[in-house]
Design a protein around this ligand. Structure first.
Ligand code: PMP
Length: 367
């Protein structure tokens, strides 16, 4: 077996311990006589896994009883539609702050929903620079509607590598945030938000679930005339078990959350994440102009490091060299090209160190 140093953007590296545990438990979960893949989602063994996953999320995020935690399907992309479907309608308005392609997609789904269900969707700010995004907006660039039903942001833009260092101030308007690619990478104060959602397949587990934290009083305002499968209220009343959940994805997220706890919890995870980002950015900055970093320093992502080289031929050569060193997943998103190293929770510091060394060495040899 040879497991690579995996810098994929998502699905992404998972902690080896979480996978080893799944391997050991795959044929029989506890003394159930069957795999978690084969057990009823209403039975006691899976119920324990489901409840443990939610309890671990609550504990890591330090959420009080006023918060709901849901595990849904359809990915973050479904939330792009489900958020406005549940919250918009005639006479209501939502603000969108766009800092990359995922924010554009969220905006587009909200606009489609407003056409169907009524309501208005505004762009409160965008930092588009042609096709590129290089930064988050300054506070004075946000033109917020104080009467909006909610304002939507993307805390980390996975493709462009643009991340908020701290959440923007949005006044009293409920803040809904797509945290897919920087969810639980550090101890996080969720009190500025009304709702956050995150696909699990970057920091928390495999694809198949999207994790939602929402203030119960915010969800209480959501629509009850939608098809039931799309209503937050129905999912909440049924503990995310309205229909069959992706049981194996929830199970594996449970293993990852237990692993996070074993790493010193979120403070331990943050320390490693900051160290990894520093190693890689320092190597790129130290490349004496060989590397171009499109994102302004204050908006640089700790999770997705985006960089370019003088020519595409050199980028191809770098990828080949990286492969020889046992590294995969460093090609940038097909929509923007270039290079991207994703440094999610499960990426060990040693991999970031190896990558930083390769970055420095490659600039020396080719600069
Ligand atoms: N939002 C962000 C920030 C993402 O990075 C992604 C996926 N890369 C999505 C939304 C969409 O997630 P999914 O493919 O799970 O729908």
């Amino acid at each position: 077996m040879s497991r690579a140093m995996n810098f994929n953007a998502g699905p992404a590296a998972l902690p080896l311990e979480a996978l080893e545990r799944a391997k050991a438990e795959l044929l029989e979960l506890g003394s159930s006589g069957a795999s978690v893949l084969e057990l009823s989602h209403r039975g006691k063994e899976y119920t324990a896994v489901h409840e443990e996953t939610i309890a671990r999320l609550r504990k890591l995020a330090q959420l009080g009883d006023d918060w709901a935690v849901m595990l849904l399907q359809g990915g973050a992309s479904q939330q792009f539609a489900q958020v406005p479907m549940n919250l918009l309608g005639a006479g209501k308005s939502a603000d969108y702050v766009v800092t990359g392609v995922w924010g554009e997609k969220a905006l587009d789904e909200a606009q489609r929903t407003a056409k169907l269900l009524g309501g208005t969707v505004r762009v409160a700010a965008t930092t588009a620079d042609g096709k590129a995004y290089r930064r988050v907006p300054r506070q004075d660039e946000l033109s917020l509607d104080a009467g909006a039903t909610y304002v939507h942001t993307t805390s980390n833009e996975t493709i462009h590598g643009v991340q908020y260092a701290s959440p923007p101030a949005v006044g009293a308007v409920p803040h809904v945030c797509d945290m897919s690619s920087d969810f639980l990478w550090k101890p996080t104060d969720f009190s500025p938000y009304a709702m956050v959602y995150a696909g699990a397949q970057k920091n928390i587990g495999p694809s198949g679930i999207v994790i939602i934290f929402a203030k119960k009083e915010f969800l209480a305002r959501s629509r009850t005339d939608l098809p039931k499968i799309l209503q937050y209220k129905v999912q909440l009343e049924n503990d995310s078990l309205y229909n069959t959940p992706p049981t194996f994805s929830v199970y594996l997220a449970r293993n990852v959350l237990a692993w996070i706890e074993s790493q010193g919890g979120l403070p331990g995870i943050e320390k490693a994440n900051r160290e990894k980002a520093k190693l890689v950015y320092d190597a790129l900055d130290g490349g004496k102009g060989f590397y171009t970093l499109p994102v302004e320093r204050e908006s640089r992502s700790t999770m997705n490091v985006v960089f370019r080289m003088p020519t595409e031929a050199l980028e191809e050569r770098f990828l080949a060299e990286a492969k020889k060193h046992g590294m995969i997943g460093l090609k940038g998103h097909r929509s923007v090209g270039g290079m991207r190293a994703s440094l999610y929770n499960a990426v060990p510091v040693a991999w970031a160190k190896a990558l930083a060394e390769l970055i420095s060495e490659f600039a020396r040899a080719n600069g």
